[in-house]
Ligand binder design. Structure first.
Ligand SMILES: [Zn+2]
Length: 443
């Protein structure tokens, strides 16, 4: 299954700003079970409701919290979203999983409410070592008087010892993260469903206008005939304010989106204390709809695309630097040269394209300064795989043969000479087909 990361905008118990670490406490407390393990398999299929679902199996390495049931051996569950044929679906409030990744999963009942990836001993979403995260979870469980069993603590530490130590992943220095898919024509229309009160129209249009006026080439445009709809309805979890379903094709072109506001949340269009502001949340969800994910690292907590929002909060109504930079990286303003795509693949590729999930660049790339590159995905041929950069310092693509190579992880060190926007893509051998490219900036 193709992972396009997950996201959720959480309903916080207080109107105070909560950091991701604050989230960890809330997640730990509200979880009915927490497991650490390795994703053994995932399989996507069409459900009877016509939606794509994915069945995920996690080999449990340790069970950090159990209320009512034991997670021994393999834990299997279903999540909404996945890939069937040419149709990819992600929900912004549902974690997605990829075979062989190490994870910490928080469940509320049968459904995963949060997933952290453990990579080289680190949890990139939190910018902390997995051992630190485990220790915090233990502390929160102690505080909640549901302490972790001693045997499980030992199993958890053993599990973490098996994940190789690696360079810490980079924080998102630019404070934006791309989902991957985007709108081919830099335009998305939207319409308001019948469940949306007429009094919301002004707030919803204002959120769309914030993105349209962000100085990028992208536009949201209201259109009563649009296939993209805003609704009030049921979402996956009680702690989710809103969910956006994004459907796209194998070329990462978004086909449509549907945004659902949680009907059990108290909404306000005026930033009232104790209620959740429609414009604040819509600006965030529309950022997902145009292709942005959540930045991580506490230095990004003021961004509209930050993962959580508080009651009464209105600061996400306006966009911040990372939000704009992210949109601009996908949709250059007219007059801005478009980001150079990777070189055209040769007409008859001799090797299938690797699947490229995530790249970590550390430290944040600066011109003429070496940085480490860690790429996670699948289908890498360790004998031939190449990392290919295009951008201002790579008039002919810069080809890097990774120093560390497996079928799922690549590690390399490189230097790019010139500041600007670059793409990174992968291929198996010089004549292999390219993976889709990702954009990043060199400062
Ligand atoms: Zn979100």
């Amino acid at each position: 299954m193709r992972i396009v990361t997950f996201c959720l905008i959480s309903l916080m118990g207080s109107s105070l700003w909560a950091s991701r670490n604050g989230d960890l406490r809330e997640r730990t407390e509200s979880a009915t079970s927490i497991v650490m393990g390795e994703v053994a398999a995932s399989r996507s299929f069409y459900g009877s409701d016509g939606e794509i679902y994915t069945e995920v199996s996690v080999r449990v390495g340790a069970s950090l919290k159990e209320r009512g049931r034991k997670s021994a051996g393999v834990r299997t569950f279903q999540v909404k979203g996945g890939v069937v044929g040419d149709t990819h679906v992600v929900f912004t409030d549902v974690p997605s999983f990829e075979a062989d990744e190490s994870v910490m999963v928080f469940f509320e009942g049968d459904q995963p409410s949060e997933k952290y990836t453990i990579r080289g001993g680190y949890v990139p979403e939190l910018g902390e070592s997995a051992a630190q995260v485990l220790s915090k979870v233990r502390q929160h469980l102690d505080d909640q008087q549901e302490p972790m069993a001693e045997s499980e603590r030992r199993r958890a530490e053993m599990f973490l010892n098996q994940t190789a130590a690696a360079t810490p992943p980079a924080p998102d220095a630019a404070c934006f993260v791309l989902l991957g898919p985007k709108w081919a024509d830099a335009l998305a229309t939207y319409k308001l469903g019948t469940t949306i009160p007429a009094t919301w129209r002004t707030a919803l249009d204002a959120s769309a206008t914030s993105w349209t006026r962000a100085g990028t080439g992208f536009q949201f445009r209201p259109d009563a005939a649009s296939a993209n709809e805003l609704l009030i309805g049921t979402v996956s979890g009680a702690s989710t304010l809103a969910s956006t379903r994004i459907e796209f094709d194998s070329l990462n072109r978004i086909r449509r989106f549907t945004m659902t506001f949680n009907s059990s949340v108290s909404w306000s269009t005026t930033g009232e204390a104790g209620k959740f502001d429609v414009e604040n949340v819509t600006a965030h969800e529309l950022g997902h709809a145009l292709g942005l994910n959540h930045p991580s690292g506490n230095t990004c907590s003021e961004q509209t695309m930050w993962a959580t929002a508080g009651a009464g909060e209105t600061k996400k109504r306006t966009l911040e630097g990372g939000d704009r930079a992210g949109a601009l990286s996908m949709y250059p303003a007219s007059g801005t040269p478009p980001t150079t795509p990777p070189t055209t693949p040769p007409p008859a590729p001799t090797a299938p394209a690797p699947v490229f999930t995530t790249a970590y660049l550390y430290p944040a790339p600066r011109a003429a300064t070496p940085f480490a590159v860690w790429v996670i995905g699948s289908g890498f041929d360790p004998a031939t795989v190449q990392i290919v950069f295009t951008g201002p310092g790579c008039a002919t693509p810069c080809v890097v043969t990774p120093r560390d190579r497996s079928t799922t992880i690549l590690g390399a060190e490189t230097t790019l000479s010139t500041r600007g926007m670059y793409t990174i893509a992968l291929r198996n051998g010089p004549t292999g087909a390219f993976s889709p490219a990702r954009v990043f900036s060199v400062q």
